[in-house]
Write a protein that binds this ligand. Sequence first.
Ligand code: SPV
Ligand code: MN
Length: 612
Amino acid sequence: MDKINLQKLEELNNQHVIKVVEGAIQLCKPTKITVIIDSKEDINYVRELSLINGEERKLKMEGHTIHFDGYHDQARDKTNTRYLLSKDVDWGIKVNSIEKDKGLKEIYSYLDGSMAGKEMLVRFFSLGPTNSVFSLKALQITDSAYVAHSEDLLYRQGYEEFKKLNGSPDFFFFLHSAGRLENGVSVDIDKRRIYIDLEENRVYSVNNQYAGNSLGLKKLALRLVIKKANEEGWLAEHMFIMGVHGPGSRITYFTGAYPSACGKTSTAMIPGQTIVGDDIAYFKKIDGVIRAVNMESGIFGIINSVNSENDPVIYQALTTPGEVIFSNVLINNGVPYWGGMKKDIPDEGINFSGEWFKGKKDKQGKEIPCSYRNARYTLRLNELSNIDSKANDPGGVPVKAIFYGGRDSDTTIPIVESLTWAHGVFLGATVESETTAATLGARGVRKYNPMANLDFISVPLGIYIENHLKFTKDLKLIPKIYATNYFLKDETGKYLNGKMDKRAWILWAEGRVYGEYEAIETPVGLIPKYEDLRSLFIRELDKDYTKAEYIQQFFLRVVKYLEKMERMSKIFENIEIPAAFSKELKAQTERLKLAKTKYGEDIISPFKFLDI
Ligand code: SPV
Ligand code: MN
């Protein structure tokens, strides 16, 4: 390392940082080492490097670039993401793990010399706002300028934050190598590994570039942070945060968890509201109030179906000058195109499969779309006109309501308010969702996904749930909890709701926070009254909302719900869970059975519950 770079490291006065960097150098054997600090010049250096090394290419629009991930590296690889464990664990959920010594040996062998002929970048970030009780420190070492550039758009700079550690080892460490590149793309995908060491607070990732696999600070950090949060009594969740704009100038902060590709970003981007974050939130109790921060400062969002109607604010950012990384879309003549953009798509160009033409088939004979279903854009939140004024507030925002939901085509109703906090935790912990293109593997398979966080939970599920149950102890104000479902379908497979209907539901929930709407009590919780939704649909969406639509959407599908309760009982019967949670499961099952007997029907009209 040259003198200037060494000096940058030494100025941190932290022997632990030096030791970690030295270890990474010895292992990866880079040809050049560059330490990046919070300065504009350094950040710009990374951006330029990504163009020089070919991981990104300039597009026509100023500030826009394209990055391609390998054809088989288009989503999170759950199979090769493993915890390094020195002894067996029983977390009550499926844990992908490898014996620590064996795993380390394997990943060290892939990382050994992985940066020969390449440049190692040493980066410092803050997870959460800087100068904040929420802030955690993260050290990222990578040979991918694309990874480092993405992190500049998605996270807050942390070199100055590291100085505040005063020599302590209380930071996370992420070591990544994209491995061998061809055309700026990782090629040794069969040797892709992501190994998480919860004891050492570090993650190794090799032979990949897709951000969910490569960026230390995104889902890799989340796993480390969930463990830390659970030990310290706070929460780290797979959640958006938004300001919901009620009547007058009232802003009410909501958070919400949905599995990947199930509507987190589109909810946080509902027109008329303001966004704090779209993916990962930290929650702490401060002076008797739950406050939350976005641990990120940008969006790594799914681009398919972003168009001027569905998401005008993001569409504007994607079609005007400004710093944006497009990934895995179609490029024709320096212009990006993607599915569902509501514009004519050219018949040829370059995409994630290389040279592309309309009708091109993969090895199985399946047509290759112009953009991959999980193709993405990366940008800073402050590129967006609807960023909330408190998005970077070190004290976070006060949380008044929490949403949970999944992609459920046949069981759960569009929105229901929990009866109590414990019932709400139960609703969150029993989320089921059909799989999407955000992870590799089959799509559309119903999977249990507690708090939409299953992939990242790094402690026993019972402890995770217990931590949620007791989180509201001694609070002045307990947030309301809602379970939502945007994906209910009729028998012919048609969605029962329009994409924008969630705007009416969220404003109903906002009014409920202030007791402005009455609700109907059903066995699964409190649902909106028809008249209230009708006036919200007119006010917010200029849409006539018929009684027939309401009934079809809010029919209580008792048999389906009971089947779901049975699936849940099976899942939980072998897990050590808090008694308060088992009580909720039993009570909801009993209420459903009672309703089934009382009404003698498999599906019950919401109006029937009005006379209870
Ligand atoms: C998700 O899949 O939940 C994402 C994208 O937010 S990533 O985790 O980075 O793959
Ligand atoms: Mn996510």
